[in-house]
Design a protein around this ligand. Structure first.
Ligand code: TPP
Length: 378
């Protein structure tokens, strides 16, 4: 069996500094060791897709990413793997358990179907995947990481039962369980929003310090930010809806010296609301999460979301964000973004649906956007 600390040390020596994942019992020793934070920082994500996005953010911030998951969660990760890692050419090492392997040890019925198709699924996705052997595991790790570097994309190690030696980590001592104390924000009067999305973006950019980087959610938000002026310190996500805040979290953890701003949409936040809980728990002081809430999926034809009955600011407060504010005017928005905010900070910004003026699509490709963003941060 493989000693989990040796496995992590090996991948750390290949430039991996940030891990994220969702547990599988096969990976328990590795997860216990990772939870100690040595030699790799570990972020427990709410689902496997968020974990892929956190690792992607780490890479953008200059450190390699590792994702730990059960194969039953591969479907959750499909959106960022195909619409974040692939177009932006973001490498990541996936460590995926092979539950339900045909001919393998007896397993639960819910693993049968995914177990049967797992290697074929990776092959279809064009993601190199190989079983992590116990004999000669170091060579297998090195080979798959060489492949990661060669293709600048995801690669996977498939992990069988009893691959890792039990760990001696006392989890309760590392990350004690327990309830926190919560302060919910005051309710504010409703009424139609006065700001447009473009007003809000302009106000945010005007307020931010020069060293801040921006991660914009997919759809019209990224395009509208681009319309205001293309910059190397702006990342316009396409696809991977809901992953912007996890990408921003990864960047914020990899680069604690930089201010990181996530521009999110209400539909996107609702799609992956678990990310708010992870951000609240990791508590990066350099992260500002702005939700431009137009109450609809504006980018796809303004179909309503449910934020008229869901208080996203209260959700963020309940998840442990350090400060939560509701902001209704451009002047207030500039003032807050220019202030010495202490994150994780959440700004709930009601905006009008629709777009002011033309909305060009970025002519830079996603791969160019991520490469220059990473260079800028370095
Ligand atoms: C997983 C996934 N499902 C659907 C889409 C299609 N899509 C692109 S943008 C968008 C709407 C996003 O809504 P919101 O976050 O509220 O931002 P807004 O469009 O209002 O600016 C949708 C549904 C997608 N990109 N990814």
């Amino acid at each position: 069996v493989i000693a989990p600390e040796r496995f992590l040390a090996r991948v750390a020596s290949r430039g991996i500094g940030l891990a994220s994942g969702v547990p599988c019992s096969y990976l328990a020793p590795l997860l216990d060791q990772a939870t100690t934070g040595a030699p790799i920082r570990y972020v427990p994500s709410a689902n496997e897709g968020d974990a892929v996005a956190v690792a992607a953010g780490g890479w953008l911030g200059g450190t390699g990413g590792l994702v730990l998951m059960q194969n039953s969660g591969l479907g959750n990760a499909m959106s960022p793997l195909t619409s974040l890692n692939e177009p932006f050419r973001i490498p990541v090492l996936l460590v995926v358990t092979w539950r339900g392997e045909p001919g393998g040890p007896p397993d639960e019925p819910q693993h049968r179907q995914m177990g049967a198709v797992l290697p074929d699924l990776f092959a279809l996705l064009g993601i190199p995947a190989t079983v992590l052997p116990i004999e000669g595991w170091e060579g297998a790790v090195d080979t798959i990481l060489d492949e990661r570097d060669r293709r600048s994309g995801p690669v996977a190690l498939l992990v069988r039962k009893d691959t890792f030696a039990p760990s001696s980590v006392d989890l309760q001592a590392v990350r004690p369980l327990g309830a926190g104390t919560l302060t919910l924000p005051q309710a504010v009067p409703g009424g139609p929003p006065s700001m447009s999305r473009r007003d809000a973006l302009r106000a945010i950019r005007a307020g931010l310090p020069a060293d801040a980087v921006i991660v914009a959610t997919t759809g019209h938000t990224g395009r509208e930010l681009y319309a205001l002026g293309d910059r190397d310190d702006q990342l316009y996500l396409v696809g991977s809806m809901g992953c912007a805040s996890s990408v921003a979290l990864g960047i914020a953890l990899a680069r604690p010296d930089r201010r990181v701003v996530c521009l999110d949409g209400d539909g996107a936040v609702l799609m992956r609301m678990g990310a708010l809980a992870t951000i609240g728990a990791e508590a990066p002081p350099n992260l500002l999460h702005v939700v431009l809430d137009n109450g609809c999926h504006d980018s796809t034809g303004a179909q309503p979301t449910v934020t008229c009955t869901t208080d996203l600011a209260a959700v963020a407060a309940a998840c442990g964000y350090r400060s939560v504010e509701r902001i209704a005017t451009a002047a207030a928005l500039s003032a807050v973004t220019a202030s010495e905010w202490q994150g994780p900070s959440f700004l709930h910004v009601p905006v009008r649906p629709g777009t002011d003026g033309p909305l060009p699509r970025p002519t830079v490709t996603p791969a160019e956007v991520s490469a220059r963003f990473r260079r800028w941060l370095a």
